[in-house]
Design a protein around this ligand. Sequence first.
Ligand code: ADP
Ligand code: MG
Length: 745
Amino acid sequence: MGELSEKVQIQNKGLKNRHFINIKAFNIKAFNFFGSLSYFSEIGISTTNIILTLDTSIEFLKSIGPGRAKLIKNVLNIATVEDFLNFYPIRYLDKSKVYAIKDLTEDLPEVQLKGTIVDLKELGTGRGKRLSAKFQDETGLMDLVWFKYSKWLKEQLPVNREVYIFGKVTLFNRQFSMAHPEIEVEEVKEKATRLQPIYPGSEKLAKRGLNQKFFQNVLRTICVQIPGLINENIPESIRKTLNLISRQESFLNIHFPADQKHFEKADRRLKFEEAFFFQLSYALKKQHHHTYAVGNPFTIVGDYFSGFYENHLPFDLTNAQKRVIKEIRTDMRRPIQMNRLLQGDVGSGKTMVALLAMLIAMDNGFQSVMMAPTEILAQQHYNSLKELLVESGIEISLLTGSTKNVERKIIHESLLSGELPILVGTHAVLEDIVRFKNLGLAIIDEQHRFGVAQRARLWAKNRIPPHVLVMTATPIPRTLAMSFYSDLDVSVIDEMPVGRKPIITAHRREKDRLTVFRFALEEIEKGRQVYFVYPLIEESETLDYKNLMENFVHVAEFFEGKNVAMLHGRMKPNDKEEAMQYFASGKAEIMVATTVIEVGVNVPNASVMIIESAERFGLSQLHQLRGRVGRGADQSYCILMTSDKLTKESRTRIKTMTETNDGFKISEVDMQLRGPGDILGTQQSGVVDFKKLDLVTDGKIIKASKEIVEVILQKDPFLALPDHQSLKNYYLTHYRGKTKWGKIS
Ligand code: ADP
Ligand code: MG
């Protein structure tokens, strides 16, 4: 067995990082565990007395014990050997390269230099006291400094000897300097043939001696046993096709890569594995759903649908709308519950698709419910559906938090008796008291504002669960859709109604205000309407309110003689509705609002959207706001007002907005700026907590994994073939039951 050298650690008490000086060289005998690979001799192995399994508690590792095990569990949530193997380095130090002082630049990560320490002295007094030295190589001179140090360190420093120093350099007074360098004496230097892993530690752990050296040693101890610990879980044929290294190799090389290339291979394999099992688990779930989820078959296309389609359709459907309706019809015809997502950019006409689906439900004797996340939206849906249905004489009701008791009671009763075929509402429709005679279709608008649990309550409102159609106007990036929605069937409306002119978007600053206002006035004179949207700026609602009021007065002054409506979050539902009506009916030419109008509001005559302090909004929010105009036949405009000073990120956002109207493109940029978790919103962000996979950069891997999963399940839906046993076993032990959705997705 390899024998760990005595390593003397010079511990500078109170220092954040500890620094080491190798007094004696490693003396490691070659290990032949791993065929011809001598990994362990290279990485320096400590011995362990017990044979590890993946489930072995870390307290049994030689260097840990119960006390430290508890601490590690608390801080890092690592309890077993397997957890530790999955504890990946955040970066690696490259000690194979030696820099010369003349080649240093300030942006280098930690670097290694070879030379001598000279001129050691103590400087300053009291708190400013420090230890200083010069370091020289053949190419130049630099400073070393210790702000905290013990007398012992000072005496032990190998002055005037050939040493390697290692650390981050900074430029100070035009001279490079390194604080608290790690020092190794030339003759005893550990030959660095591998990259040194750096783990995501913490100060709390480091204070208890659980520093990088500790983690490295623990991982060495574990990695030595990898041949007995790690089984392959991806069939060889797939590994060959995709050129993936083995699982054993990938763990060794993720912790102790020989070089960048080895790291990349390991990284790619582990990413693929993560993507693959994620896709597999959702594909299996979907397969299960398609096989077993009982639903009401809507076999009839009858008078409600046909009558409306032939006589009352106010416009020709776009091809995309037609295609999507066909997909939905096909789904609902089967005795299996539909579980479908309808993606379509703002203004693409999802409401009509929803209505047609509800008419099919009616033709089959079933009721429908449509749920929106806010009162305003529910009201809007109700208004537009009611208008569409007026000539067909079909009943429809609205149920929200502010529905009066009398009316509420009538709704409850007519739902239960089956008289009321269509209900629109907010989450008020979820309440237990809302019961249907036979709910056949549940439509949920603006999907990610609702949590899974809420959706599950809709599911439970019928003995045989209703078909579910989730509609979202927030386009999400392809990779995100492939992972987040992988258990849903997805329909996409990727075409706008004809005659829509793309919205013209411009960026303007405070100095242009007068021009902007005049432009708005011209549009109003032409009979159009204008939105002014303000961000919430202050922490306090009162201040926000004051802010909005001031702006309101401002706008009212400039646009004297015009009617201005105001809408903000603190208003009572009735007042909001009144303000909305005031604007929607055309009585008010101008709407001054906070972001309450963000989603779904539909006033086709409004053609100018002026967003104030646009730099304070996120991309998807800007896109949503812009979607409030361009809903009619007129040329529409979106003007993004910003201050003069913009951060790099806000400049990117504004630029993206002025360059494209394509919601999917915008969502890609948004994900690059904010990361996938924030795109989905807080409720679902946990769903995309991948260990290695990065939805922003790993699109190719995700796509490949999805395709491979499809091929496998097509050939072997129950994973019964011998070749698939290892992956099946891994899936069963690691993934089943861990997926985060309930029955509904
Ligand atoms: P969203 O997908 O954002 O919910 P809506 O359903 O609110 O979009 O539709 C936006 C506007 O486009 C509405 O005024 C609607 O009447 C109109 N519309 C929908 N489909 C068409 C179409 N095929 N042709 C013309 N106008 C349409
Ligand atoms: Mg809508």
